[in-house]
Design a protein around this ligand. Structure first.
Ligand code: HEC
Ligand code: HEC
Ligand code: HEC
Length: 572
């Protein structure tokens, strides 16, 4: 195991276990759109139920019970607002699935953890939780029940309970009232698919003793009411620091780096410094530019949210009242920690050779000959801090993975993971980081690209027959075959058989969901069926959609695959 061989680790298994338990690897499915056009803002304390125009995301789950008293109705409304600000639905709802029924795979290097059903269903959800039990989940990260008979059932810190620990008691009860009011869903929780010993929740005790930071929010007496509200939103609800901070050897957030930027573990993304530092953070942004970025999906000149940040904006920040996002801006720009990023590694001679040509051939037609971008369609790459500050992971990840818009009418970006080599992407990145006013370092090496490639796309070609999967408890190997999807993007069906080396039949039947962003269906292996959600990506030639890519896992434990599939027009 890699962490055991590292020289820094002398405390062997226990440390390794701790390390593994604390990975916050979130599988972000970021289907989203180009910049918002019209700003729309709900009244204070309320949220937009559907995404603002030009953005995508799920409809907010609505209360279905009739509240007995006006006080309860108000408490439920407060809970709904808090659930959007805490981005609960994003993690607890699969694409196209019932709201809050769970089942979202959250990836860690040691296997998948599935978010649980938190609807009020009494058997499968949390319908029987008492106030005290719910408080214990949200405030202490402890779920009812036991682990190894004596230990409490500690929750993995993938669920950001350390941040929710800062919520007031009344707000936690409002969240409970809201969750109690939505539609109960009978959907069983999926077991974690981590391998032993990471499945042992008792091991989390040591991690908690070391790193569970129960410090309440430190309100500075000089702060305005705006900054105080901004601090509550950023620290207690939106959990911005879970991504925008560095993690220590045991993968706990290093308090001195809070909001100063950090690599997101087991992902190829880097969340930049968003402290009030004028050079590295957002202290130098105009408040209006930062507001537009967070609430409206950006504006040409400052780039647009992408990668995991896009979902934060679409599912949460853009749904909040304008005054809340203004409060977040006020807090970030004046009050938060301002530690600078560590100095970048030195620039390399000749690092940009050939980069200008790769740019001209592959990128200029959308992002412009000088990286200037096109309003409301293609973000500017010139003077874009998210690609020149800090390491180049975001730039590399965009080039490798592209971007698939939710709606066909919106602009997408092709993926270049197969057409450009590590060498070409390194030269391209160095060129962009040092051109058109970008102040980055030309220090990207082909090895950096290879490292992100390994994280960004676990690319398994189905027809090479090297796929492994576990379906209904059975391991299968060497799956081969090709997949063809019929219909158009918004209305497709798939019904294909693949074969494993031992001759077992793998049958996938499904249909497009969520306007073509995913495919939901049944995967049957040797007569045993399991329900799966696959992600659908776009293959493009120029701006025309020429095919689709199916991302997913055969079963749930095998390596994820990512394979080109043919799109057959409905008439064919
Ligand atoms: C980053 C993803 C993420 C976010 C955001 C998130 N959760 Fe969770 N939640 C999880 C995961 C994963 C678990 C299961 C952890 C485990 O099994 O140890 C969980 C567990 C829970 C549980 C315990 C359920 C049980 O079976 O005992 C509750 C209740 C819960 N979450 C409520 C919420 C609420 C309310 C919010 C928003 C304020 C929220 N979650 C936001 C991922 C998330
Ligand atoms: C077909 C048009 C198209 C092409 C070609 C294209 N892009 Fe993009 N690019 C986009 C769109 C659309 C977005 C916005 C994605 C989003 O909203 O997440 C984007 C976003 C980006 C971003 C994120 C910037 C930000 O602030 O949001 C980077 C970096 C990027 N592209 C780099 C490149 C590079 C490098 C190339 C060439 C290898 C390239 N793109 C080719 C359309 C394109
Ligand atoms: C799930 C991880 C995640 C969470 C949670 C998150 N971010 Fe981000 N954020 C990112 C990533 C990755 C980027 C880089 C991509 C981009 O620029 O859009 C980013 C970029 C940004 C940027 C642009 C910085 C720059 O230099 O261009 C700002 C501002 C920002 N985030 C603010 C926030 C705030 C405020 C919150 C909490 C409300 C937050 N983020 C929560 C992952 C996250």
């Amino acid at each position: 195991m890699r962490c055991l061989s590292s020289k820094k680790f002398r405390f062997a298994d226990a440390a390794c276990l701790l390390l593994c338990l604390t990975f916050v690897g979130v599988w972000f499915v970021t289907f989203a759109s180009a910049q918002a056009t019209a700003p729309s803002s709900p009244a204070p304390g309320t949220v937009l139920d559907t995404p603002p125009s030009g953005m995508s995301g799920d409809m907010v789950a609505q209360p279905v019970t009739q509240p007995a008293t006006p006080a309860l109705a108000a408490q439920i409304a407060r809970g709904k607002y808090l659930a959007v600000a805490g981005d609960c639905q994003y993690c607890h709802t699969t694409p196209g699935g019932a709201p809050y029924a769970g089942g979202v795979p959250l990836q860690t290097p040691f296997g998948d953890l599935f978010s649980p059903n938190i609807t009020p269903d009494k058997a499968d959800g949390i319908g029987t939780y008492t106030d005290a039990q719910f408080w214990n989940v949200m405030h202490n990260g402890i779920s009812p029940g036991n682990s190894l008979l004596v230990f409490p059932r500690y929750l993995y810190p993938v669920m950001p309970w350390q941040d929710y620990n800062k919520l007031s008691y009344n707000d936690v009860m409002a969240l409970k009232a809201y969750l109690d009011s939505i539609t109960p869903v009978a959907q069983k929780n999926r077991e974690t698919e981590m391998s032993f010993p990471f499945t042992m929740r008792a091991g989390l005790l040591a991690w908690r003793l070391l790193y569970f930071n129960r410090t309440p929010i430190q309100y500075n007496p000089s702060w305005t009411q705006q900054q105080r509200n901004g601090a509550y939103l950023v620290q207690a609800l939106e959990h911005c620091a879970e991504c925008h901070s560095q993690r220590n050897l045991l993968m706990a957030v290093e308090p001195s780096t809070t909001l100063a930027g950090g690599k997101i573990l087991s992902q190829s993304w880097y969340a930049p410094n968003i402290s009030s530092s004028k050079t590295d953070g957002v202290g130098g942004w105009s408040p209006n530019a930062l507001y537009q970025y967070l609430a409206q999906g950006g504006a040409v000149g400052n780039g647009a949210p992408y990668g995991p940040m896009k979902a934060v904006v679409e599912d949460s920040l853009s749904r909040l009242p304008a005054s809340d996002v203004q409060d977040i801006v006020a807090y970030l720009q004046t009050a938060s920690h301002a530690r600078d990023n560590p100095p970048a590694p030195p620039a390399m001679a000749d690092a940009t050779a050939g980069g200008a040509q790769v740019y001209a051939d592959n990128c200029a037609r959308c992002h412009g000959a000088n990286g200037q971008g096109v309003t409301n369609n293609f973000p500017n790459l010139a003077q874009n801090p998210s690609i020149s500050n800090g390491p180049a992971d975001n730039l590399i990840s965009m080039v490798l993975g592209g971007f698939t818009p939710w709606h066909q009418a919106q602009s997408g970006m092709p993926e270049f993971n197969q057409s450009l080599s590590d060498q070409q992407i390194a030269a391209l990145s160095n060129f962009i980081r040092t051109s058109w006013g970008n102040q980055g370092q030309p220090n990207v090496t082909p090895a950096d690209v290879a490292a992100d490639r390994a994280l960004a796309s676990d690319w398994v070609n189905l027809s090479t027959g090297n796929t492994r999967a576990r379906v209904a408890g059975q391991m299968v190997k060497d799956i081969s075959g090709t997949l063809e999807l019929y219909g158009d993007r918004a209305n497709c069906t798939l019904d294909e058989h693949l074969t494993t080396s031992s001759g077992m039949d793998v049958h996938i039947v499904g249909a497009c969901a969520q306007n073509g962003a995913s495919l939901r269906g049944t995967l049957t292996l040797n007569g045993q069926a399991s329900t799966e959600t696959f992600r659908l990506g776009q293959q493009r030639s120029g701006n025309a959609v020429t095919g689709l890519v199916l991302y997913g896992a055969l079963g749930s434990a095998g390596p994820k695959f990512d394979t080109k599939i043919a799109l057959i027009p409905p008439t064919a």
